[in-house]
Design a protein around this ligand. Structure first.
Ligand code: HEC
Ligand code: HEC
Ligand code: HEC
Ligand code: HEC
Ligand code: HEC
Length: 448
């Protein structure tokens, strides 16, 4: 008797497991649902006003409508799919993460944001709260399994709501939930986005600190107007578009090897960059777009300014980590239908500055920002979670340097999008404005 109950239970568990693996996730989910199956965010607003307003300010609510997303999707990805049909399904796939309900409804490409269709809801409340689990072993490429309906999965057990059912979901509380959209593999099999994978191999995963603790921090309050107070997960999702989140992410210190240097000598400065704040590498996510650079200057006793280029370390691929006068991103000429396109400046930052990045290369070996057209990745010179990098600056003093104090300043900047690319594509300046991550200073005394 006991045995047969046990086997029924085992059979039941097995079948739900197999059954949920049978539900569509990833590419196969295209067109398997209808818009009407998903509730609009406004339906949640009356009872969850704080969370609703937080969401409207987060990039989640703009993942489809944001200017740079619209430009890259319509001007590059969709056009690339027209020139080379191999990329058409890839362009459809953009929507699997940027506007899941359009993707699931088979409305690809969706109408332009200006047409105000439901695609504009982007990553909405009902998208996330009806995700049941994911398909496969590693979450990536919108591998989530969506089951829209009355049941909204949440992080607390035993709650009741007049509008819907709700149940506790262990899956929602895990970093894997975010990994569905924060890991991406392109048609060449390259991991072009790997925030969840970076987190997983870093110190925070080992200490049980998921994404939520830094991007959805908990605070005392109400999660619904009629609810009892409790610790509530704030829907901030703040990242690269929040200058305050980026500020201080890397701590900078700088010192000279010697405090007093003869006027015809060489000053050697060391800069330490400690990643004390991110749970993954910095920069992460849209690594093909982002640029982080270290700019060091000196001011002599007469007030004259000098720019110091970084010392080379000599590792493979280092040339991509030092700003230079070279062109790149020639593959934008394909969707732009300009076969003679020479490319634009690769970096757009002062020559000689150290760049913390990982270059993406197209099938011809040229640097690209079209992540779906990436055939290989270059040297990974980003700053890992809790990693410290040291950069050295050796400065042979100019012949006319006056006696007295020389002051040094180091500044670390972050930019969402490489400026020459943004200018070429007509992306508004807010996407290419440098954000100061941190700064440091030190001094040296020059004597005759
Ligand atoms: C008529 C009011 C009302 C509406 C409309 C409403 N909710 Fe709720 N919701 C509640 C209440 C009440 C609770 C329980 C809160 C409590 O007791 O802490 C709740 C709980 C939840 C939970 C579980 C919270 C947890 O901590 O586990 C989720 C998730 C949720 N709602 C999502 C939604 C979404 C998504 C929508 C829109 C599609 C929505 N709600 C619309 C009233 C509402
Ligand atoms: C990108 C996915 C995502 C979106 C979009 C999203 N949520 Fe959530 N929500 C979550 C996750 C994940 C949790 C659980 C957080 C945790 O475990 O700390 C959560 C928790 C909640 C809770 C419970 C909070 C608590 O601690 O009691 C409510 C209520 C809720 N969400 C409602 C909404 C509403 C309403 C919207 C839209 C305005 C929305 N969510 C949009 C992912 C999302
Ligand atoms: C359904 C897909 C999806 C899921 C699930 C998802 N995200 Fe995102 N997330 C996106 C997209 C798309 C963007 C890019 C928005 C844009 O276009 O800039 C984004 C952007 C972000 C950003 C960057 C915001 C900025 O300022 O640039 C953060 C931080 C973030 N998500 C955190 C999370 C966390 C934490 C979770 C899990 C709790 C999560 N996301 C789950 C799709 C998703
Ligand atoms: C220990 C805290 C911490 C954890 C854990 C953490 N993050 Fe972050 N995250 C940050 C900070 C700080 C930033 C801002 C600096 C930056 O852009 O990297 C950030 C930035 C981001 C960005 C924006 C990157 C960009 O350049 O646009 C995304 C997306 C993101 N996080 C997603 C995630 C996801 C997904 C996870 C879990 C797999 C996660 N984060 C875990 C602290 C954390
Ligand atoms: C697996 C999910 C996924 C797929 C597929 C995907 N994206 Fe994204 N996309 C994201 C996430 C998550 C971010 C945010 C990363 C970050 O903040 O660094 C993002 C960021 C971006 C950004 C930068 C947004 C900004 O404001 O800086 C653009 C542009 C973009 N995606 C366009 C596309 C296009 C075009 C495609 C299809 C060729 C595509 N994405 C496919 C998840 C995805």
């Amino acid at each position: 008797m006991k045995n047969s109950i046990l086997s029924v239970i085992i059979l039941f568990c097995l079948s739900t497991l197999i059954f949920s693996q049978d539900l569509p996730g990833g590419e196969e989910a295209l067109g398997t649902k209808k818009y009407e199956q998903y509730e609009k965010p406004e339906a949640c607003k009356s009872c969850h006003p704080d969370i609703y307003q937080q969401w409207t300010q987060a990039m989640m609510s703009q993942a489809y409508t944001h200017h740079w997303d619209e430009i890259e999707y319509f001007d590059l990805a969709v056009e690339h799919g027209k020139v080379d049909p191999k990329f058409a399904p890839v362009a459809d796939g953009c929507n699997g993460c940027h506007t899941p309900i359009a993707f699931l409804s088979g409305d690809v490409p969706p109408p332009r944001p200006s047409e105000n269709s439901r695609a504009n809801e982007s990553v909405s409340c009902d998208v996330c709260h009806t995700i049941k689990s994911f398909k496969g072993d590693v979450p990536f490429n919108f591998s989530y399994i969506s089951e829209p309906g009355r049941l909204k999965w949440g992080n607390k057990p035993g709650l009741t709501s007049p509008h819907h059912d709700t149940e506790e979901s262990d899956f929602m509380k895990q970093a894997e939930f975010c990994g569905n959209c924060h890991n991406e593999k392109d048609p060449f099999g390259i991991w072009v986005k790997s925030t969840h994978l970076e987190w997983k191999e870093g110190p925070y995963a080992k200490q049980g600190v998921p994404c939520h603790q830094c991007h959805m921090p908990k605070a005392w309050g109400k999660n619904a107007t009629m609810a009892e107070k409790s610790m509530v997960s704030q829907h901030l999702f703040h990242g690269g578009h929040d200058a305050g989140k980026v500020a201080g992410t890397i701590e900078l210190r700088m010192h000279p090897e010697e405090r007093e240097v003869e006027y015809d000598g060489t000053i050697v400065l060391k800069v330490q960059l400690f990643n004390g704040k991110t749970g993954h590498k910095f920069p992460t996510g849209s690594v093909e777009d982002r640029i982080v650079w270290l700019h060091v200057t000196a001011t002599d006793a007469n007030g004259k300014n000098y720019h110091l280029p970084v010392d080379r370390k000599g590792f493979d691929g280092e040339e991509y980590t030092i700003a230079a006068d070279v062109l790149a991103y020639q593959d934008m000429g394909i969707p732009k239908r300009d076969p003679n396109f020479k490319g634009v400046q690769r970096d757009g930052v002062p020559f000689g500055d150290r760049i913390f990045r990982m270059p993406y290369f197209d099938p011809q070996g040229r640097m690209t920002i079209m992540q779906w057209n990436t055939k290989s990745l270059g040297v990974d010179y980003r700053i890992g979670p809790r990693e410290t990098k040291i950069e050295t600056f050796s400065w042979v003093l100019p012949g006319d340097i006056p006696e007295g104090k020389v002051n040094f300043k180091a500044k670390l900047f972050y930019q969402l999008l490489v400026k020459p690319v943004g200018d070429y594509l007509g992306v508004p300046e807010e996407e290419t404005t440098p954000i100061l991550v941190n700064s440091a200073s030190t001094w040296v005394e020059i004597y005759e």
